[in-house]
Design a protein around this ligand. Structure first.
Ligand SMILES: Nc1ncnc2c1ncn2[C@@H]1O[C@H](COP(=O)(O)OP(=O)(O)OP(=O)(O)O)[C@@H](O)[C@H]1O
Ligand SMILES: Nc1nc2c(c(=O)[nH]1)N=C(CO)CN2
Length: 175
């Protein structure tokens, strides 16, 4: 297990997994454009993009989501990556209203190398990743062997441990 309270400066690229979600507006277009944005950053190389899934909302009553995941190699530190993703969310008109409420775009850092990051505004691995089918199913498609540094289980193992209704998460298209 590798615990880091912060990575101050990257002298090499680190692998990271990002979850994307949207349930307001033209969600699939938004997500596709967000992937274009992510890969246009000089500090980022896109490795893989999962399929897109239509998923039932967890939380308050709201429209279905489109969800997916990407893996990247990046020179961004975890905090720089969080700021970069926050800027993209804002560009797509994201407003923070209610917790777990509807949003045009949500970008979460799920994993960053094999590091455990515990900052006030940033927890990696994402604290809810192990219970979210809408994260683990797309992520297992593109990074099944990645080890969660907290449980030392692979993404595939975590996915297989999930209890979820198969009708609540439907693959709709490739990235
Ligand atoms: N791994 C992470 N990825 C993205 N944001 C994170 C992470 N860990 C902590 N945060 C913090 O979570 C804050 C709230 O995020 P956000 O508004 O997207 O929450 P949410 O999408 O409603 O809920 P959830 O975090 O459960 O998906 C962000 O401002 C960020 O500082
Ligand atoms: N299906 C689904 N449900 C959610 C999602 C999401 O991306 N997909 N995001 C949430 C808050 O981040 C809350 N609930």
């Amino acid at each position: 297990m590798s615990i880091a309270t912060e990575v101050k400066h990257c002298t090499r690229k680190y692998k990271s997994a990002i979850a994307l979600g949207s349930n307001l507006g033209k969600s699939k277009d938004t997500l596709q454009k967000a992937v274009d944005f992510i890969q246009s950053a000089p500090q980022i190389d896109l490795i893989r993009c999962s399929s897109w899934y239509r998923t039932k909302p967890i939380g308050p009553s709201q429209p279905d989501y489109i969800n997916g995941c990407v893996t990247i190699n990046t020179f961004f530190t975890p905090s720089q990556l969080l700021s970069f993703l926050g800027e993209i969310e804002l560009q797509f008109g994201r407003e923070r209203k209610e917790k777990w409420g509807a949003r045009t775009l949500d970008l979460d850092i799920i994993l960053y190398d094999n590091l455990i990051i515990d900052l006030p505004n940033l927890k990696i691995p994402h604290i809810l990743m192990r219970e979210r089918a809408f994260v683990l199913i797309p992520l297992a498609e593109i990074a099944s062997n990645w080890l969660d540094p907290v449980t030392m289980l692979t993404v595939e193992d975590l996915k297989n441990n999930l209890n979820y209704n198969k009708d609540d998460i439907i693959k709709i298209s490739s990235c």
